[in-house]
Design a protein around this ligand. Structure first.
Ligand code: APR
Length: 311
């Protein structure tokens, strides 16, 4: 059985474990700093396995040693957003937590792939890659699947069509400047722009951009966790099953889309070698302008990180 360790057993971490256990994909380890909490959640989830008929071992721990020989490390540890807080406000608090989680886990699992979920997402993925010194195929950030799924859900709500028929692509940084690509989105092959009037499409794009904040404002005590964790599980599955799945993820840019030395949300292919390929869309001028604006925002957060942490 493969092994996946999830660092941070809070809302997103524990729910990622839940989605993964349902898929019977790997044995699971939950690590958190809170005494007893990861152990309690792991045991509770383990006791659910006979009910759903899945043979998965689930262990909770406060020490990184429990993650030894993991195939995948998923980092969700950190502080969630509170109302009024931007993702970037989280930077200094989460940089310390994620940096330690990345370097400590690598000691026990030198061959692992990393999926980063902690916000500010693009910058935490960048930090993980720099701190571990891993090649770029072994570190990806989760964001684009979530943002695209939100847009797909809103299109389904608007049109009454099955979510399975709806393909949407949201690229760029995981922030308010994200780039929903309406030209590349479709319902059963029909371009979204033909299916929906411009004002409805515009409303969906705006709601997608603010999708994270909408949940934060409703929950008041935390941020979204069901959809982000479902996205993480899909990424882990694509890697472990060598699916060659093309999905939007935060990946390290080395000249693609004209971007260098930064993480950014682009379509990638996920397979047994992790982030195997970056797919380059042809962007028109308007899309390119949105891309550049989003990239500038992400770059700014990367620069802020470099002032806080030596990389
Ligand atoms: N090591 C391990 N776990 C830690 C550490 C650490 N150094 N520091 C904090 N944690 C744990 C907390 O104890 C908590 O259980 O991380 C967990 C985070 O869980 P939640 O507070 O429930 O937050 P969650 O909703 O899971 O979001 C975590 O993911 O989506 C992003 O913006 C979100 O950055 C946030 C992160």
């Amino acid at each position: 059985m493969k092994k996946i360790s999830i660092i941070g057993a809070g809302m997103t971490g524990a729910t990622t474990a839940h989605w993964l256990a349902e898929r019977e994909l790997a044995d699971l380890v939950l690590v958190d700093v809170v005494d007893g909490m990861p152990q309690g959640k792991a045991l509770d989830m383990l006791e659910a396995m006979p009910i759903i008929g899945k043979d998965v071992e689930i262990v909770g721990a406060n020490e990184y040693a429990a993650t030894k020989d993991s195939d995948i490390i998923i980092i969700t540890a950190g502080l969630p957003r509170k109302p009024g807080m931007s993702r970037d406000d989280l930077l200094s608090a989460n940089a310390e937590i994620v940096g330690k989680a990345a370097t400590e886990t690598l000691k026990y699992s030198p061959d692992a792939f990393y999926i980063v979920l902690t916000n500010p997402l693009d910058t935490m993925a960048y930090l993980t890659m720099k701190k571990t010194g891993l090649p770029r195929n072994r570190v990806v950030g989760q964001a684009g699947i979530l943002d695209s799924a939100r847009m797909r859900a809103f299109v389904a709500m608007e049109t009454g069509v099955s979510v399975e028929n709806i393909d949407c692509y949201v690229l760029g940084g995981h922030g308010d400047e994200m780039v929903p690509l309406t030209r590349h989105s479709n319902i059963a092959g029909i371009p979204l722009r033909e299916y929906l009037p411009p004002d409805r499409l515009e409303a969906i794009v705006n709601r997608t951009r603010k999708g994270g904040g909408e949940i934060v404002n409703l929950l008041k005590t935390g941020s979204a966790f069901y959809a982000p964790s479902a996205a993480c599980a899909q990424m882990a599955e694509a890697i472990l099953k060598n699916k060659k799945l093309i999905v939007p993820c935060a990946a390290y840019m080395d000249g693609e889309y004209g971007l260098h030395d930064m993480f950014f949300g682009v379509p990638v292919m996920l397979g047994a070698n992790g982030m195997e390929k970056i797919i380059e869309y042809q962007l028109d001028d308007k899309e390119k302008a949105m891309f550049d604006k989003s990239a500038a925002a992400v770059k700014e957060t990367h620069e802020a990180l470099k002032k806080l942490v030596s990389l």
